[in-house]
Design a protein around this ligand. Structure first.
Ligand code: NAP
Length: 313
């Protein structure tokens, strides 16, 4: 793909829901590499002072000179929208998960390569402050074992979001895939799934809890505990035992504790994510790591489903 020089990348945010409003719009408005040119949302929701369209097709037909889109919809429609954007020569940022299935993600990679466009799977948790130093520290140590505990209250974080419980909505893997995106980034070598249990409420199509057994390339076990029924304090922790002591990433990756001490930084995941997207567009390259998505698919393929109590909002 040839490198391109772009003064300011004109971008549209597609799917103006919670994450778009909380993170994408502010990050774009603060980044001079981008101009927020438009938003697309079925019911015409708007960001102040920005052109609004109800469908991506309407935006493309309007020919307002957009270079890129950020697809912030639920995952079930991400592939169709991304394919439509790539088909019109646009660069595409994919919110996590990059697609509803690994094969959908692979097809976008192929389409972007054919079109000479950038596609970026935006694993935002990998941009949490503690993650890169954790990766560097672990690169020089032998991992003995790891535990991932990602327990939160679905009623707090996903009120009224029906899509998370539908096929392709990922259930508890919607947050859990963030933990897997960090684990696959900081632990050396490929990770495989050896066992899984998925607890699926009687009245839903997606799991409310999951326990996974994973294994590093060197055979170190990783125990994963994902649960959406936690009330009170929430837990987003990864603990790694090594031959040189214990590493703990907590608060979703914002806080890193090593044998030498603890450091914590303010959240800057989305500004860093857009810096990376601009860099990819300017260098004419793509970045789509499907490893976290493949582990989720493996859990559905290999896991036992345990029916559990009906869930009521
Ligand atoms: P959300 O609040 O339900 O927002 C999704 C938005 O997409 C809604 O405004 C929805 O419009 C819109 N939409 C649906 N189909 C569309 C289409 N065909 N074209 C354009 N817009 C469409 O969900 P969310 O929490 O923002 O999550 C969206 C994605 O971001 C998910 O993949 C999630 O994993 C990821 N994410 C979420 C968070 C978070 O904290 N919420 C954090 C990081 C990543 P309608 O409501 O009108 O249908």
């Amino acid at each position: 793909m040839p490198a391109v020089t772009v003064e300011s990348i004109r971008i549209a945010v597609v799917g103006l829901g919670k994450i778009a409003r909380d993170q994408h719009v502010p990050a774009l408005q603060a980044n001079p590499a981008f101009t927020l040119a438009a938003t697309v949302c079925p019911f015409g929701a708007l960001a102040e002072g920005v052109a609004g369209f109800t469908t991506l097709a309407d935006l493309l037909a309007a020919k307002i000179g957009v270079d890129a889109v950020a697809i912030c919809t639920p995952p079930q429609v991400r592939h169709r929208l991304a394919a439509e954007a790539l088909g019109s020569g646009l660069h595409v940022l994919l919110e996590k998960p990059p697609a509803a299935t690994p094969s959908e993600a692979a097809s976008l990679v192929g389409q972007a390569a054919d079109a000479g466009s950038t596609v970026f799977a935006a694993w935002h948790s990998r941009f949490a402050a503690g993650v890169q130093p954790a990766r560097e520290w672990l690169a020089e140590r032998r991992v003995v074992s790891a535990t991932i505990t990602w327990r939160e209250d679905v009623r707090v974080w996903h009120p009224g979001q029906a899509w998370i419980w539908q096929p392709g909505g990922f259930g508890v893997f919607d947050p859990g895939i963030n933990a897997l995106s960090i684990a696959t980034h900081i632990l050396p070598g490929a990770i495989c799934l050896t066992d899984a249990e998925l607890e699926v409420p009687a009245n839903r199509d997606a799991p409310i809890a999951a326990r996974l057994s994973l294994q590093t390339a060197a055979g170190a076990p990783i125990a994963v505990d994902l649960d959406w029924r936690q009330t009170g304090p929430q837990t987003w922790d990864i603990e790694v035992e090594t031959d040189a002591g214990t590493l703990v990433l907590s608060h979703g990756g914002a806080q890193l504790t090593l044998p030498t001490g603890t450091r914590q930084s303010n959240d800057a995941e989305y500004p860093a994510l857009y810096a990376r997207f601009a860099e990819l567009i300017r260098s004419g390259s793509s970045d789509v790591d499907t490893a976290p998505l493949r582990l989720v698919a493996d859990a559905f393929l290999r896991g036992r489903t345990i029916p559990t109590d009906a869930f009521h909002d």
